[in-house]
Design a protein around this ligand. Structure first.
Ligand code: ADP
Ligand code: NI
Length: 214
């Protein structure tokens, strides 16, 4: 007999058919595997971790006119059909409603260990070589410029500079990707983020070197 996890994999694959490459089934699969890896070193509810990882981008508000209510609704419906207990459903919804980097200003005061794990996994997949690839893919998908050479991006840009560079793909490294290493919740997450963070710094160095042909 097929397990709830098997059924969830099938459901998510089907739902994300044709999604932007940075938010497709393969992103989910990596986050799922990373979550399992981090969970090995934590005391947690494995089923909640796996279901949350699988369902966390089922209806990303970015691709649904900013509507943040669709993903929890779809997830609740699906999990209820699967006869998952109300307690587990509540825990999974808590993760998917609070995982986003964008909403970190409203982060819950008392995050569950399952939220910490899946959030680390999602953030690890946003950095390193995969992070670079996903970010340029998203920028291309939005038809954004890669870089504005008049702006020297840094983590300490003035408001004015930020506004001007906002919308370039390179800027996304400064507004998000380079911040993630220090936001890791778990020890395993911290370790995994370190190497990927350094890779991005090297990537940016090389990018500017090649941009500035002399
Ligand atoms: P979260 O859901 O945690 O708020 P997002 O879904 O906005 O995070 O971002 C996920 C990934 O999508 C980013 O790590 C990046 O690769 C890509 N992305 C999001 N916004 C942008 C952007 N403005 N430019 C380039 N890539 C982006
Ligand atoms: Ni994600």
């Amino acid at each position: 007999m097929k397990s709830t996890i098997d059924n969830t994999v099938e459901f998510v694959k089907e739902k994300l058919m044709g999604a932007e490459a940075g938010h497709d089934w393969f992103h989910i699969e990596r986050v799922w595997k990373l979550s399992r890896k981090i969970a090995e070193t934590e005391t947690c509810d494995q089923e909640v971790v796996e279901l949350s990882a699988l369902l966390h981008d089922i209806a990303d508000p970015k691709f649904h006119n900013g509507d943040e209510t669709i993903a929890p609704k779809i997830s609740r419906e699906f999990l209820t059909e699967q006869n998952v207990s109300e307690e587990t459903i509540e825990k999974v919804l808590f993760v998917i409603e609070n995982i986003s980097f964008k909403n970190r200003g409203n982060a819950p005061l008392d995050p569950s260990i399952e939220l910490k794990i899946v959030q680390d996994a999602d953030r690890i997949d946003a950095i390193g070589a995969i992070g670079v690839a996903r970010t340029f893919n998203f920028g291309g998908f939005k038809n954004n410029p890669m870089y504005d050479p008049e702006i020297k991006p840094s983590l300490h840009m003035s408001k004015e500079e930020y506004k001007k560079s906002n919308g370039t793909t390179i800027n996304h490294f400064y507004e998000k990707l380079l911040l993630l290493k220090d936001l890791m919740n778990t020890e395993t997450g911290k370790k995994l983020a370190e190497e990927r963070h350094n890779y991005m710094l090297n990537f940016l160095d090389q990018f500017y070197k090649e941009w500035n042909v002399d």
